[in-house]
Design a protein around this ligand. Structure first.
Ligand code: ADP
Ligand code: MG
Length: 442
């Protein structure tokens, strides 16, 4: 057994967490030692003495303040550890991204529920990833290579619903010109995903309940039962419990479906994931659009970080695809959909936003996509430079540094757009520093 070398010097900043760690190292060294040489014992003794001294040095206050400060770090680690744990257990994420504790909790429930074949009810606002979660459950279940059939209960007209779900016999109704399999039969041995289950009419709910109870269906126009072995995952953006209290959703069906209940939080309640999702979707869009991942101006980034995302992750994803398509290297406010842009913008931005808003909407209709992209990219570039110059008070060198761009290239761009840095001078500092560039740029 090798004795771990702990630093023996007493560091001036003793942290409670570091002390605990040292104690743990000592303990495990002792626990796993089968034999200790005298020298090792001396070394461990010295470490123990140092530890005792450090503990003595630490006042009560320090202990608790330091421990409290260390807390967020521990939370971070445990998030990573939880995601890592899922990875190590070969959990299939199906592209589900994020490590917010509430998402991790949903994934951990999915992990446990997946192999059981118990019905799962997923609820959450539109765009929170319910369908993705259903795929995760299927992929991690005992039937991953069997069919996965998705049905949107809200999109089927009432009179066709039964036939869609359970199939029909030829001649069962006008237009039933041949025998037809329903979704349940197609999903036999696999998973059926019943999306927007809250929209299922009461008549359909009764039929569904029977399938859940008897594991068999009857095609419309036939009384022959057909056994189906299908794992059911249902999703809704409604409050099913409340619907059942109002008599609009059968309570017994609710309980049947929600043996395992997973709730996906709206994006505004897991904002910590937004920056990660930006880069995730920027990379994804870059791959699809065969471009470099789009960059965001600080202004756009700030806006998108504080935006409410009523459409949740779907909306964020769509925005990243949109700006990746419309912007050049860097996207700015004018690449946002008009209805998403803030009502009040700074004067500098208004020019750009107006240009892209007024022209942008029609430009996209009238020109070819590549023209529209070029136009939007030029607008974005100019607005970006204007705003940048404004922010740095006309100091080109500073702007070049902030946007990580070669200075002469930046000056070339200023020329291209007819921008003069001196027009953005404010009375603030930095003037002398930038005098030389002003001449070059002018
Ligand atoms: N955690 C996530 N990580 C990556 N993409 C996600 C995540 N949650 C949702 N998405 C994506 O957002 C979009 C909407 O998700 P979806 O499952 O259709 O939502 P819902 O069914 O709740 O309306 C899809 O493109 C999906 O892939
Ligand atoms: Mg959906």
């Amino acid at each position: 057994m090798q004795i771990l070398d702990q630093p023996e010097d007493t560091s001036p900043a003793i942290s409670y967490a570091a002390l605990i760690e040292k104690i743990e190292i000592l303990r495990s060294t002792l626990r796993w030692s089968s034999r200790l040489e005298r020298a090792d014992i001396e070394k461990l003794l010295r470490q123990a003495n140092t530890l005792r001294d450090e503990v003595m040095q630490m006042s009560h206050k320090e202990r608790f303040v330091q421990a409290a400060v260390a807390e967020p770090v521990r939370v971070e680690q445990s998030r990573q550890a939880r995601r890592q744990g899922l990875l190590e257990r070969s959990f299939i994420f199906e592209g589900t991204f994020g490590d917010n504790p509430r998402l991790l909790e949903a994934l951990e429930i999915a992990e446990k529920a997946a192999p059981t074949d118990l019905p799962v009810l997923i609820d959450g606002e539109s765009g929170t990833g319910k369908e993705l979660m259903a795929k995760v459950i299927h992929a991690n279940g005992s039937r991953p290579d069997k069919p996965y059939i998705s049905v949107n209960c809200g999109a089927i007209p009432d009179n066709l619903l039964e036939s869609e779900l359970f199939g029909h016999r030829r001649g069962a109704f006008t237009g039933a010109s041949s025998d037809r399999k329903g979704k349940f039969e197609s999903a036999h041995t696999g998973t059926i995903f019943l999306d927007e289950i809250g929209e299922l009419p009461l008549a359909g709910q009764v039929k569904l309940l029977r399938v859940l109870e008897a594991h068999e269906i009857q095609r419309v126009g036939s009384d022959e039962p057909i056994a189906v072995d299908t794992r059911i995952v249902a999703a809704t953006n409604r409050n099913l419990r409340q619907l059942s209290e109002e008599g609009r959703f059968r309570e017994d069906l609710f309980y049947r479906l929600s043996v395992i209940h997973v709730t996906l939080p709206p994006l505004r309640e897991r904002r910590d994931e937004i920056p990660l999702l930006f880069s995730w979707f920027a990379d994804e869009a870059a791959g699809v659009l065969k471009r470099r991942p789009v960059r965001l101006t600080p202004r756009l980034r700030d806006f998108l970080l504080s935006y409410a995302y009523p459409g949740n992750i779907r909306e964020l994803r769509n925005v990243m695809y949109r700006i990746s398509c419309l912007a050049g290297d860097t996207a700015d406010m004018e690449h946002l959909p008009v209805d998403m842009r803030p009502a009040i913008t700074t004067p500098a931005a208004q020019g750009g936003a107006r240009a892209a808003g007024a022209n942008g909407a029609s430009v996209a209709n009238l020109m070819s996509l590549s023209d529209a992209k070029r136009a939007a990219s030029d607008e974005a570039e100019k607005a970006f430079l204007e705003r940048g110059l404004h922010e740095v008070g006309g100091t080109v060198a500073e702007l070049a540094r902030r946007v990580d761009m070669n200075r002469s290239h930046l000056q070339m761009l200023l020329k291209k757009h007819g921008l003069h840095s001196k027009d953005f001078r404010n009375h603030a500092s930095k003037e002398s520093r930038d005098d030389s560039e002003e001449k070059e740029a002018g």
